[in-house]
Ligand binder design. Structure first.
Ligand SMILES: [Zn+2]
Length: 246
């Protein structure tokens, strides 16, 4: 392949821009905010699930409490009714009196047991409500951190995309100067090795850092200026400059 030495030298500028673009793409993919956002999103989903579970538990306990309180009320009403009957003096038979008194004692015991149950449920309910409150404040905190991380990611993306846009327009200006066949070879090598063209500097290929053999250097010395030469080691386009050591 043949191409004007000036066009070949433009490939070095192109390679520099492409390396810059690769760096920007890599930076965009590996922003620490991306891992952070991923982590925070997972935590947010987890906390939301925990809130639903805690709210369900608190709701169940509220129902249990209402039920236990109504049980207490029912027993208390019976105690009051029995006590009234006892106080009224209407029950005169000693056997009935004894039975009534014994029922009152047993109902009072039952009422006290049920009140214990209410207290125990209230304690569990308070704990569940506190858990809901703690989880909700954690959700708020995680949401805040998530939004902050998303803002930082978006700002970094905007900065990277702006820089990439500048490099891309610089790239278009360069590719306009490079003949299609040379550009095609450059792109092919870039695809295969990551870098399409490298400078021959002091007898070394700066693409693979290999020192060329005397035979290869002699072959390049003998080649015409517009001949496109390649590194025998990495196959990249080798661009000759004043510092090539030829
Ligand atoms: Zn090489």
């Amino acid at each position: 392949m043949k191409a004007a030495p000036e066009a070949q030298k433009r490939l070095l500028d192109l390679a520099e821009l492409d390396t810059g673009l690769d760096r920007l793409r890599h930076r965009r993919r590996s922003l620490p905010e991306l891992a952070e956002i991923d982590e925070l999103s997972k935590r947010l989903a987890q906390v939301s699930t925990q809130i639903i579970a805690a709210e369900t538990e608190a709701g169940d306990l509220a129902r249990d409490q209402a039920k236990a309180e109504s049980d207490v009320d029912a027993v208390r009403v019976r105690v009051e009714r029995d006590q009234k009957r006892l106080d009224s003096g209407q029950v005169s038979s000693p056997k009935d009196l004894a039975s009534l008194q014994s029922e009152i004692v047993s109902l009072r015991r039952r009422q006290s047991d049920l009140e214990e149950v209410v207290l125990e449920i209230m304690e569990r309910r308070e704990a569940a409500d506190a858990r809901v409150a703690t989880l909700k404040s954690e959700r708020e905190e995680v949401t805040g951190s998530l939004h902050a991380a998303e803002d930082r990611r978006d700002a970094a993306f905007a900065e990277i995309d702006k820089a990439a846009g500048e490099l891309t327009s610089g790239r278009s200006a360069i590719t306009a100067d490079v003949p299609a066949d040379l550009l095609g070879l450059y792109e092919k090598m870039r695809e295969q090795t990551g870098v399409g063209a490298a400078m021959l500097h002091g007898g070394r290929c700066l693409g693979c850092r290999t020192s060329l053999s005397i035979a290869d250097l002699n072959r390049i010395r003998a080649a015409a200026h517009d001949e496109v030469v390649r590194c025998e080691e990495c196959r990249r386009i080798l661009v000759r400059t004043a510092e090539s050591g030829l």
